[in-house]
Design a protein around this ligand. Structure first.
Ligand SMILES: NC(=O)c1ccc[n+]([C@@H]2O[C@H](COP(=O)([O-])OP(=O)(O)OC[C@H]3O[C@@H](n4cnc5c(N)ncnc54)[C@H](O)[C@@H]3O)[C@@H](O)[C@H]2O)c1
Length: 254
């Protein structure tokens, strides 16, 4: 593949950039020219992502932030501007998964997950969009899940990820005239630390892979490729889109 440089001169803020899909996306966008602000609650992971970007001659800064806290969300955007003077792309990858029915889940379980997977996205967007307005352009990519479009274990997870899909649509409509595009990806099972329990058990891994028509789980790099497309000018007329990156999982309806 010819080398693409879709993000030369651009700046991306990636929440949850210290691991998994966020890290892979940081590396992908940086490889195409973006300067990256990595926001994460995990300093070790965030610093490591920055090191990896810098090893490949990219520019990256780590911003410790808990996206469930408004003051942190505001500060992570301010630090991005301080480091790189502008903000073109927001990728909201900070999130968790979890199982359990409404009966099993404690109120704390519910609040913790919904705060991160839904409110954290609202807060990150709230402070990023004013910076994009200054550029009269911007691209935001959210991460829902196959669990945002179908029922599966994790009532809080499905509620938050389903909410995130319609938050995407609402944001897309609200900011379309400002040339700020907002899209959402729905990954199937992806090999990252969030599913370590599956990755560590060959039988579970095989079963989980088999639930995807392509017969395997996905990689963080495959998701990052979709994120990069939606964040780039190649997607200039795409907003409010919900893109499955799931090896056919949703198409099969199983
Ligand atoms: N891996 C999958 O199978 C899969 C499938 C569907 C959706 N997703 C979604 O993709 C996103 C990324 O997941 P991943 O697989 O890369 O997981 P991951 O655990 O590898 O990465 C998540 C990152 O978010 C960070 N984080 C957690 N809480 C935070 C907070 N309060 N503030 C800032 N950062 C915080 C973590 O420290 C971690 O670095 C999540 O929203 C997840 O729900 C993942």
């Amino acid at each position: 593949m010819a080398e693409m440089r879709r993000f030369d001169g651009r700046v991306a803020l990636i929440t949850g950039g210290g691991s998994g899909i966020g890290r892979a996306s940081a590396l992908r966008l940086a490889s195409e020219g973006a300067a990256i602000a990595v926001a994460d609650i995990n300093s070790e992971g965030g610093e490591e992502t920055c090191r990896q970007v810098q090893t490949h001659a990219g520019r990256a800064v780590f911003v410790p932030a808990d996206v469930t806290q408004a003051a942190d969300a505001e500060r992570m955007v301010a630090e991005t501007i301080k480091a790189f003077d502008r903000l073109d792309v927001l990728f909201t990858s900070a999130g968790v998964g979890g199982g359990g029915s409404v009966v099993d889940l404690s109120e704390e379980d519910w609040d913790r997950l919904v705060d991160l997977d839904l409110k954290g996205v609202y807060l990150s967007s709230k402070f990023a969009i004013p910076e994009m307005r200054k550029l009269e352009r911007g691209a935001i990519v959210h991460v829902s899940s196959i669990g945002g479009l179908r029922g599966m274990s994790g009532a809080h997870f499905c509620a938050a990820k389903g909410g995130l899909i319609n938050l995407t649509r609402s944001m897309a409509v609200a900011h379309a005239a400002e040339n700020i595009r907002v899209n959402c990806i729905c990954p199937g099972y992806i090999a990252t630390p969030i599913i370590q329990g599956i990755l560590d058990d060959p039988e579970k891994l095989k079963r989980t892979g088999a639930r995807h028509p392509m017969g395997r789980i996905g990689t963080a790099e495959e998701v990052a490729a979709a994120v990069a497309f939606l964040a780039s000018d190649e997607a200039s007329f795409i907003t409010g889109a919900i893109l499955a990156v799931d090896g056919g999982y949703l198409a099969a309806g199983r």
